[in-house]
Ligand binder design. Structure first.
Ligand SMILES: NC(=O)c1ccc[n+]([C@@H]2O[C@H](COP(=O)([O-])OP(=O)(O)OC[C@H]3O[C@@H](n4cnc5c(N)ncnc54)[C@H](OP(=O)(O)O)[C@@H]3O)[C@@H](O)[C@H]2O)c1
Length: 323
């Protein structure tokens, strides 16, 4: 079983910087490049992207950036990290070969260095027949030796179990599952069930948006205004209702001379999941990696669990997440 470290998410880069605010080349990319190399040097060992990060003329921009950075990464470092992307099961990508073209294009953008391909979300709620076919198609790519690992995303425990067994019958392993998990996601028995399935079958349990898009890093007495409209609305709704939770996070962070981000990441790790954190600056890369130097005590974890349950504001869930 792989050690649960921390993964780097490049999704929000493509969203926040490139899509909503327009693509600002050069300076942005230089900062992102430094962030990327710093993160890898500091032990973050999984890179997560998606073909849908960036839309319109920016389609695939997240992967393209990563591909360019990877070209400059020495082979000995490349060998130590997992390069994962997610392919979107858009309604027009149907049938067993429905993701083949998308796979080829993503792999090209990632300069042939992709190690894991993940199905971005479950189609179970609106096109249940499609999911198994698309996954079988990814299995074909695996059997042809074009991909080393397969992962799922936004899949609930019932479907995870079902799809895991189906692929196992074919002699193919599901390597990972990513779901939204943070102190701001609504507590549910499903999380426990997913964790148990992962433990039993050695599936990597990945937690996306572990900082609640950054809300958990905000001190309890602060009300910053994010740049994008969607985040402004989210922060307005959630910040006033999370003061108790963020006060506890702040108190724990002071005890360890750590940041609130580190507390949020270590809470995820204390639940047996590996956080994929969205980082944009070298400081954030350093901060995330510092979480690997310490752990929460049992009573700190339990107090955070308690205030998480008590919290009445939660992050919106991906509507496609299957049972
Ligand atoms: N499978 C899926 O459907 C799915 C969905 C969403 C995300 N993901 C993956 O998960 C990754 C991470 O999720 P996310 O970016 O949505 O959310 P996140 O990791 O919870 O939050 C990222 C935001 O937190 C802030 N931040 C990061 N490090 C910080 C630090 N040390 N101190 C203070 N603030 C910090 C940054 O905000 P500022 O920009 O304000 O600095 C950043 O944009 C994505 O990049 C993507 O790879 C997957």
């Amino acid at each position: 079983m792989k050690k649960r470290k921390i993964g780097i998410g490049f999704g929000t880069w493509a969203w926040g910087n490139k899509l909503v605010w327009g693509y600002e080349a050069e300076t942005d990319d230089i900062l992102l490049k430094k962030t990327f190399f710093d993160a890898i040097d500091r032990g973050l060992d999984l890179v997560d992207s998606a073909d849908s990060y960036g839309t319109g003329s920016l389609f695939g921009q997240g992967e393209k950036l990563i591909g360019d950075f990877l070209e400059e990464l020495p082979k000995r470092k490349l060998k130590k990290i997992t390069i994962a992307t997610k392919l979107a099961p858009f309604p027009w990508r149907i049938g067993r070969n429905g993701l083949n073209k998308a796979f080829q294009e993503s792999n090209q953008r990632l300069q042939g260095k992709m190690t894991r391909v993940q199905l971005h979300w479950s189609t179970f709620r609106y096109a249940p027949w499609q999911e198994e076919q698309l996954l079988n198609g990814l299995g074909d790519l695996y059997e042809k030796g074009l991909i080393k690992e397969i992962g799922l995303s936004n899949t609930g425990p019932k479907r995870l179990n079902f799809l895991y067994q189906k692929m196992k019958d074919r002699g193919i392993k599901i390597n990972s599952i990513q779901v939204q998990l943070s102190l701001l996601t609504k507590p549910s028995l499903e999380d426990e069930n997913i964790k148990n399935i992962c433990d039993e079958n050695e599936i990597e349990y990945l937690a996306y948006s572990p900082l609640g898009l950054g809300i958990l890093t905000i001190p309890p007495n602060k009300y910053p205004k994010p740049k994008t409209f969607l985040r402004q609305k989210l922060f307005q709704r959630i910040l006033p209702k999370t003061i108790e939770l963020r006060t506890l996070i702040a108190n724990i962070s002071k005890k360890y001379s750590a940041s609130q981000a580190q507390v949020a990441l270590n809470w995820v790790r204390s639940h047996g999941a590996k956080p994929i954190v969205g980082i944009r600056t070298p400081f954030q890369a350093k901060d995330a990696s510092s979480a690997l130097n310490w752990s929460l005590t049992k009573s700190e974890k339990e107090s955070l669990d308690f205030y998480r349950k008590k919290c009445i504001a939660n992050m919106p869930q991906n509507p496609f997440t299957s049972p």
